[in-house]
Design a protein around this ligand. Structure first.
Ligand code: HEC
Length: 110
């Protein structure tokens, strides 16, 4: 009986710790600087991600262009980046990374 109570409390503590971890991960504010870093790593092979970059794939819009296109709806941008996409290997990105990239793209708005 004692052992069962002990096991239950360990489980409860583990659950609370996990929940707290998730909550604090979600609480982090979108970080456009990290977004720029991620964009340079993940997106610059095809997109012009910043004003100084000169080469990219011809049919991929620049991030400044994307910022203008999605100016009224960053949520649509989020939907776009979370859905699997034939021409773009973005599936490896986590929620927080996508949020940071969007914060960066939104910061490019004219
Ligand atoms: C392998 C090349 C490639 C990479 C890498 C890539 N993209 Fe793209 N992306 C494209 C192409 C090509 C298009 C335009 C054609 C299309 O919509 O499929 C596009 C379109 C987009 C659009 C949609 C614009 C619209 O028309 O609505 C967004 C947003 C976007 N990319 C964001 C990103 C982000 C953010 C990353 C990095 C995490 C990224 N892309 C990485 C090739 C790429």
């Amino acid at each position: 009986m004692m052992r069962r109570v002990f096991t239950a409390s360990i489980l409860a503590i583990a659950l609370i710790a996990t929940a707290a971890g998730i909550a604090s991960a979600q609480k982090r504010k979108p970080d456009p600087v990290n977004g720029l870093r991620l964009s340079t790593m993940w997106c610059s092979a095809c997109h012009v991600v910043n004003p100084v970059q000169v080469t990219a794939l011809a049919d991929a819009p620049s991030f400044a262009g994307i910022a203008a296109m999605y100016a009224s709806s960053p949520q649509r941008l989020s939907n776009y980046l979370t859905a699997p996409h034939a021409t773009m290997p973005t599936q490896g990105l986590g929620r927080q990374q996508i949020t940071d990239i969007i914060a960066y793209i939104v910061s490019l708005r004219p």
